[in-house]
Design a protein around this ligand. Structure first.
Ligand code: CA
Length: 230
């Protein structure tokens, strides 16, 4: 089934370029020039994913993302924000609004399509068996073990929890604060720097198998587990 992608972008040339690339990738584009048009489009047909320009006339892309997240109909629809370079520092605000990923302008349509596919493929959890295989890594929840091919990877408890969270939420960027919430739990006070320490240890753990690249740093935003080549 063709995936329906809503493009919310006020620049007609970018809208057309993205729509063309989506059709070529066998996806069905829907288009809106501002937040109001986007809301009307979504009310008519819920898309599989929304590409949302940060700078829109009237309501900003960020505010629209917040509203879409609050609506039952669109709460789970993945959102990729299109941002200009200067807006990168606001990524954390986007993550808190529930944005799934970012693509920085100017982007190649190849890069954009790859990101869209990755977000659409993103695993929301395991298949019920508790075993997840992604990017050459296998994590076995019930056995509490991590494998690369025939090898069992020795891993510390915190790195295991971090990796398990990443692999059940692949292709999605998380800020340090969000990782603290999800992996360490909100009950203890831990500095955000702690996240960096354990990310480093996790990469060192995976390094002998050359799998450390699966844990990506997203500048100004946080970290992501990605099984697609950067
Ligand atoms: Ca714009």
């Amino acid at each position: 089934m063709q995936k329906r992608i809503l493009i919310v972008e006020d620049e007609g040339s970018i809208r057309d370029m993205v729509a063309f690339a989506l059709r070529k990738a066998d996806m069905e584009p829907m288009a809106a020039a501002d937040a109001r048009e986007a809301q009307l489009a979504v009310a008519a047909t819920v898309p599989d994913l929304i590409l949302l320009d940060w700078m829109l006339p009237g309501m900003s892309g960020l505010e629209l993302a917040r509203r879409l997240r609050r609506e039952t109909l669109t709460a789970d629809v993945p959102i990729i924000m299109l941002t200009a370079r200067g807006e990168e520092t606001d990524r954390v605000a986007g993550l808190e609004a529930g944005v799934d990923d970012y693509v920085v302008k100017p982007f190649s349509t190849r890069e954009l399509i790859a990101r869209i596919k990755a977000v659409l493929r993103r695993s929301h959890g395991d298949d019920g068996s508790g075993v997840i295989e992604l990017g050459g890594l296998k994590i076995d929840g019930p056995a509490h073990r991590v494998h690369a091919g025939a090898d069992t990877i020795p891993i510390g408890p915190t790195e295991y929890r971090l990796l398990h969270f990443f692999m059940t939420h692949a292709e999605r960027v998380y800020s340090r604060a969000q990782l603290l919430d999800h992996v360490w739990g909100g009950s203890v006070y831990v500095e955000e720097r702690t996240v960096d320490v354990h990310i480093r240890r996790l990469r060192q753990t995976l390094q002998p198998w050359k799998l450390d690249g699966l844990i990506q740093t997203v500048r100004g935003a946080g970290y992501r587990f990605s099984a697609t080549a950067a």
